[in-house]
Every structure is written in C-alpha cells, then in structure tokens.
Write a protein that binds this ligand. Structure first.
Ligand code: NDP
Length: 311
C-alpha cells in the first residue's frame, strides 16, 4: 500500500518552501517535490536586495539554500523529479513522478511560472550578466546605463517605465509596429522621455559573450531583413510568462492566461488543493509575495485537514 501524505507541495521556490516551513512546524511532515528548477526562478538571478531581513542583500541562490535548510530543519522531506501526472478527481489525490505514485490528502501547488525567453544561445549564457527577465529584481544595477526591453505587452511597458527610474535610456524592441499593451500603459511609456521604440525588430543575438557581460544586441528588421547593432548595458526580456499549470488543465479552474484561480486565500476549485506563488499570481510576481501566499496555503491546508478530522 502506498502511504498517504498529509501535505504534498509541488515546487521549491519561495512559495513552496515557505509552505513547507509552516506545514512542517505544524507537524504535518510535508513532502516537497523539487521540480525541474530546484529553488525556482530566484536561482537564475544574482543579488536580491528587496527581500526583507537582508539589509545588505543576498544572492538569489543563497536565499533559496537558506529557505530549504529552514524547511528541512523541521522535518520536510524532499523528493527530486518532475510530476508528469496529477489526478485530482478523487481523494486522496494521486501524483505521479516518473514511475513513482504518491498519494496525498492535501496538495499545495507552487509550481511557479517561467519567464518566456527568446531561446537563443547568447541569452542563457548572459543571463544574470546583463540579461534579465525581471526589472524589479535587477533594474537597480543599471543606474545611468542604457538598457533594451524586448516585448510589446503590458509587462514590457511596465518594465520599461520602471527601468527609467534607474537607466538613462530605455529602448523597447518590438517585433511588430503596434503594441499589445493596454492603452494606458502604452501612453505612459510613450510619454516617458527616456523611453523610445524600435519597431518591427527581433533580437538575433545578444552581444558580449566574449567578455561575459552584455554590450548590446544584434537586431533584425523583420520587414526588410536588415541587421543592425544596438549598444546597451542590459537586455530585459518581457515577452510574457507561462504559468506551470499544464498538468491541471481541465481539473482546476484556470484564468484565460492559464493561471490557477484562487479564492478565500489560497483555495482552488478543488477542495483540498491550494495554490501559492506565481502559479496563481501574474500581478505581483515577487519572492516575498510568493512566500506570503506559501504561508497562507500551509495554514489553509492545516485547517482543511482539521476540518476533515485529521489529528
Ligand atoms: P503578453 O502575452 O500580453 O505580451 C507579450 C509580448 O511579447 C507581446 O507584445 C508579444 O508580441 C511579445 N512576444 C511574445 N513572444 C515573443 C517572441 N518570441 N519574440 C518577440 N516578442 C515576443 O504578456 P505580458 O507579460 O505583457 O502580459 C501578460 C498578462 O498580464 C496580460 O494580460 C497583461 O495585461 C497582464 N499584465 C498586467 C499588468 C498591469 O495591469 N499592471 C502588468 C503586466 C502584465 P506580439 O504583440 O507581436 O504578440
């Protein structure tokens, strides 16, 4: 017989690990499935300066190591691997990892979202060295510098606008000649004297691989095919995020962008299943808000188990 867990947590970013700390301290002996990117998106950032409690900042990967240790200290068990099937129609819920099956009374989904990337080799090589997918995290490092923002949606406009607090010049690179962003966000960006636009253009390559530091981008005009180099100190990818929810389509209520809909805290449309962090949040997307909802999910799961007579 497969043992039935009290709480199974999918994901090991700030949401998943905070849920684990709380659930473990409530003596629920949680299990965390670490996923394909243990530690989540913070493991691909450099310095984190806006996580409270670290007056001098902390490196993203170090913050996640500390959180993991804290969860472990109270008895969290970790399993590596990726979930390839989730069955939520009956309790206990059934989660399949490769060939292994796990049963659980409650499930906390903290599988996050992944920044959409261009998937060109130079992008990954220079990630954290001038390439970023998060202006809130990394904008501060571009004081009085020139940066490029790739994308034409609300995220791109928001990131471009935010970056002008630091950068002296922001150029938005968009693949078409009209923006997808809402009118109000477009106006704000267009009225900002530090923001200008390069239309109908795609990024062929990010420059700077030889020095290990971004020096610009090779752009291609998608109408004429002409190539040109644009010097810059940073390149911000703002072409959207994909919530990691493909396993739950048809099983949980998702919004039109694929994010899990939560109500009354972290409850999902299936009783006993909770969601925390970026998998249910496309607005704030911060480590601290993810941690906050992770804490809420653990408390919600604990109360659910209590209401079901778990002792
Ligand atoms: P969107 O999907 O809305 O926009 C993505 C943008 O990136 C589009 O302009 C798209 O171009 C471009 N793009 C996508 N893939 C590529 C690629 N491979 N190469 C080049 N360009 C590409 O994502 P957002 O993250 O901007 O927004 C997601 C949701 O979140 C939206 O509903 C948005 O309104 C919301 N949001 C709201 C905010 C707010 O209200 N404050 C802030 C941020 C987001 P194209 O236009 O040609 O498709």
């Amino acid at each position: 017989m497969t043992e039935v867990e009290n709480v199974l947590i999918l994901g090991s970013g700030p949401a998943g690990l905070t849920a684990a700390i709380y659930a473990a301290r409530a003596n629920l002996k949680p299990v965390v499935v670490e996923g394909i990117q243990p530690g989540g998106q913070l493991t691909i950032t450099t310095e984190v300066e806006n996580y409270p409690g670290f007056a001098n900042g902390i490196m993203g990967p170090d913050l996640m190591i500390e959180m993991r240790k804290q969860a472990e200290r109270f008895g969290t068990r970790f399993i590596q691997g990726n979930v390839n099937q989730a069955s939520l129609s009956r309790r206990p819920f059934k989660i399949t990892l490769d060939e292994e099956v796990r049963l659980t009374k409650t499930l906390i989904i903290a599988s996050g979202a992944s920044a959409r990337l261009l998937n060109i080799p130079s992008e990954m090589k220079l990630m954290g060295h001038g390439v970023s997918a998060c202006a809130t995290c990394d904008g501060f490092f571009f004081k009085e510098k020139k940066v490029l923002v790739v994308g034409g949606g609300d995220t791109a406009m928001e990131e471009a606008h935010f970056l002008t607090k630091f950068a002296r010049e922001v150029k938005v690179i968009h693949r078409r000649d009209s923006l997808r962003a809402s009118k109000i966000m477009q106006e704000r960006a267009k009225n900002n004297p530090r923001i200008s636009f390069i239309w109908n253009s795609g990024v062929e390559k990010i420059l700077g691989e030889e020095t290990g530091k971004v020096s610009g981008a090779l752009l291609k005009n998608l109408k004429t095919g002409a190539l040109s180099e644009e010097a810059a100190d940073g390149v911000f990818m703002a072409i959207g995020h994909e919530p990691n929810t493909s396993l739950f389509k048809g099983q949980l209520e998702l919004n039109e962008h694929g994010y899990i809909i939560t109500h009354k805290g972290t409850k999902t449309s299936v009783s006993g299943v909770f969601a925390a962090g970026d998998v249910q949040d496309y607005i704030y997307k911060q480590a601290i808000t993810a941690a906050g909802t992770g804490c809420m999910a653990a408390i919600d799961a604990e109360r659910f188990l209590e209401s079901e007579g778990h002792s």
